[in-house]
Design a protein around this ligand. Sequence first.
Ligand SMILES: O=P(O)(O)OC[C@H]1O[C@H](OP(=O)(O)OP(=O)(O)O)[C@H](O)[C@@H]1O
Ligand SMILES: [Mg+2]
Length: 175
Amino acid sequence: MAGEAPELNAQEKAGKAFPVSWDQFHRDCRALTWRLNEVGPFHAVIAITRGGLVPAAIVARELGVRVIDTVCIASYDHNKQGELQVLKGISEAAMKLGNGTGKGLLIVDDLVDTGKTGRMVREMLPDAHFATVYAKPMGRPLVDTFITEVSQDTWIFFPWDTALSYHPPLRDGAA
Ligand SMILES: O=P(O)(O)OC[C@H]1O[C@H](OP(=O)(O)OP(=O)(O)O)[C@H](O)[C@@H]1O
Ligand SMILES: [Mg+2]
């Protein structure tokens, strides 16, 4: 409608960009594992797909955990959050390993932003340990262990969503 402010998506609201390289991400996952090593051992890792798959693989490798399950949740269409959709729940085998409550299980995701996704998985596994590589203030209280906090108005660009590209020099008007 005329005069109404257009709805801003998360990235437009964010404004600040925090690009993460593969190398940085790998180092941050290793740093996360150092902290998790003090908390475990864990019977299994539960990756929140898709973003949690990459850190879950690295963390599981470092911790020597061979059982990895997924909980498949979609909410962001590019950078705008919609309704949460559980596309696949936690498997019966993983549920059994966590005694039905998640005890001894490690949930891994790439980040918490509003915390909606994390909250949903916590409800499924209330006694599990929840770890993310990055955290924004709104989601932070939901996470047991994380490595780097960024402000709520920052948008994190993960290496699997980005590519190297030409950047014009400052004198040609680059920001
Ligand atoms: O704390 P929240 O505001 O809920 O946001 C965090 C979630 O959003 C992203 O997943 P997304 O739904 O984009 O799916 P993807 O992992 O498949 O990219 C990210 O990987 C987290 O899982
Ligand atoms: Mg995700």
